[in-house]
Design a protein around this ligand. Structure first.
Ligand code: FMN
Length: 315
């Protein structure tokens, strides 16, 4: 099965990550080998009120080949309106968030709260599919609300016309605790007639292979890519220069966002890169206080060089 050029055989996707999956990060993940990417979750309600903040999150680059705009909400008609909103017209597909466990989202009956209301869930998906016309609509779910209910969830997604489903192998009640339930992901794949993307705890080649053993059509990586977008290159057997990727991440963001905003925004990405380079606490402290992006990049370069020298001497 192929969707908009995405061949589901061995597809590796970048997960939607609120506060992280910005346009620059998505581009470097693609350069490292990601086959498709998702925006951060976008509020359908905020779109209705022409939120500038939400519009800023819909910036994309020409070089991005396949990006799904992820929306969240609980009203099928507001969600369908969001699908038709002009600010999403430049995305290849739409993804519906039915997995977010954040308290304020749950309180509103959105995100993974929908997993306990399969009727509304089906209604939202089918209205979005209608509104999307020929664009694919995918759904991102957890295994269930407070118990594993994945077979019913997949059936609802399929019947409502979803093109594929990404399954985070935990229930809402589990949050991020415990480990991913691989058997439940395998069950999702076994009962499904549409592609299933397995998600959760993939941080290296070994955990990637473990997820592949569930027979899923593709694997989605979230936290494992933060600070290490080159996880995609390891899986795809591609060679990339880590610092080149970081420079490109920053360069793209600088084309779209004001420097003062980026100064603060990039700090968490820089700290994640520093952790990947095994930088010492002194460097991390300096990065946390740094107000000049160029100085932060120098600190990262330094850490990358130290790691390279250390790795060579170990060999
Ligand atoms: C910081 C952060 C932000 C996230 N934002 C979103 C989001 O916007 N939409 C969504 O569907 N899932 C979101 N998730 C969940 C991830 O997409 C993913 O399902 C989860 O982290 C498990 O995969 P992983 O172990 O590869 O990270 C987020 C997770 C984290 C840690």
């Amino acid at each position: 099965m192929e969707i908009k050029g995405l061949d589901f055989k061995d597809a590796v996707l970048l997960a939607p990550l609120a506060g992280y999956s910005d346009v620059g990060f998505r581009c470097v993940c693609q350069r490292c080998g990601a086959d498709a990417m998702f925006t951060e979750m976008l509020s359908a309600e905020a779109m209705r009120h022409n939120s500038k903040k939400t519009e800023d999150m819909t910036i994309r680059e020409k070089e991005e080949r396949l990006v799904f705009a992820q929306i969240f909400g609980k009203d099928p008609f507001v969600m369908a309106e969001a699908v038709k909103n002009n600010i999403l017209s430049h995305f290849e597909g739409i993804d519906i968030n039915m997995g977010c466990p954040a308290p304020k989202i749950i309180k509103n009956g959105e995100g993974s709260a929908l997993l306990k209301d399969l009727n509304t869930m089906g209604c939202i998906i089918s209205e979005c599919v209608k509104a999307a016309k020929d664009r694919p609509v995918s759904v991102k779910v957890r295994l269930g609300y407070d118990k594993v209910d994945i077979a019913q969830i997949i059936r609802v997604c399929e019947e409502a016309g979803a093109s594929f489903v990404s399954v985070h192998g935990r229930t809402f009640a589990q949050g991020f605790s415990g480990s991913v339930d691989y058997d439940a992901i395998a069950l999702a794949k076994a009962v499904s007639h549409i592609p299933i993307i397995g998600n959760g705890d993939v941080v290296d080649e070994e955990s990637y292979q473990k997820m592949k053993q569930t027979q899923v059509d593709g694997v989605m990586i979230g936290r494992g890519a933060v600070g290490s977008p080159w996880i995609f290159s390891l899986i795809k057997g591609k060679k990339v220069d880590e610092m080149d990727m970081i420079f490109r991440h920053v360069e793209i963001l600088r084309e779209h966002y004001p420097e003062a905003w980026l100064n603060k925004y990039l700090r968490k990405h820089f700290l994640a890169y520093a952790a990947a380079f095994k930088a010492g606490s002194d460097i991390k402290r300096q990065l946390a206080l740094q107000t000049d992006i160029n100085e932060s990049l120098k600190l990262l370069q330094e850490s990358a060089n130290i790691l390279k020298t250390r790795t060579k001497s170990v060999k």
